[in-house]
Design a protein. Sequence first.
Length: 172
Amino acid sequence: MIIRNETPADRPRILELVAEAFATDEVPADEVVEVPLLQQLFDCADYLPGLSLVAELDGRVDGHVICTRGWIGDVPALGLGPLAVTPEAQRDGVGSALMESVIAAAEAAGEPAIVLLGHTGYYPRFGFVPASSLGIEAPDAAWGGHFMALPLAAFHSGIRGPFRYAEPFNNL
Ligand SMILES: CC(C)(COP(=O)(O)OP(=O)(O)OC[C@H]1O[C@@H](n2cnc3c(N)ncnc32)[C@H](O)[C@@H]1OP(=O)(O)O)[C@@H](O)C(=O)NCCC(=O)NCCS
């Protein structure tokens, strides 16, 4: 498995695997909201090229993760998502490799924190804690413990307040 930066040439395959990964019995692949979200994130001012990574297996892109610019109060930080692995490749460490790589890239870039909305059974293994325990407020209080944050080396207790995602998240 190779983890590398996404290039524009990867995008059709990324959108395809995101549709496959998020499709359910209730939501068909062509109605998965993460697809237009990701298209808008690729094109928005808050896209960060070093923080959009793909996992390539046997020459095919089978996983993707992206962090975009967000803010905790007035302090720049990262919003993570979507994260997706194509169904055939799930539960084989691909998601974990993408998470570990994007965390390392964010740390190397001097970012203070990564914030996300996700499964409480998955993200704590990477060090994520309830964002509220760090004084970071969710855009929607109903998200509760699903709204999580990972403090990085540059984090300090003065970084707190409401979290704001990149603009495309407001269109969900
Ligand atoms: C979530 C996802 C990215 C994980 O990728 P992956 O490559 O399957 O994950 P890994 O192989 O690294 O890790 C597998 C572990 O994650 C757990 N896991 C996978 N999906 C999970 C979920 N939705 N909730 C809780 N745990 C989950 C597995 O049980 C497994 O746990 P174990 O190691 O204790 O057995 C992938 O399942 C996926 O794309 N799902 C659909 C899209 C999605 O839900 N994205 C995340 C939105 S928050």
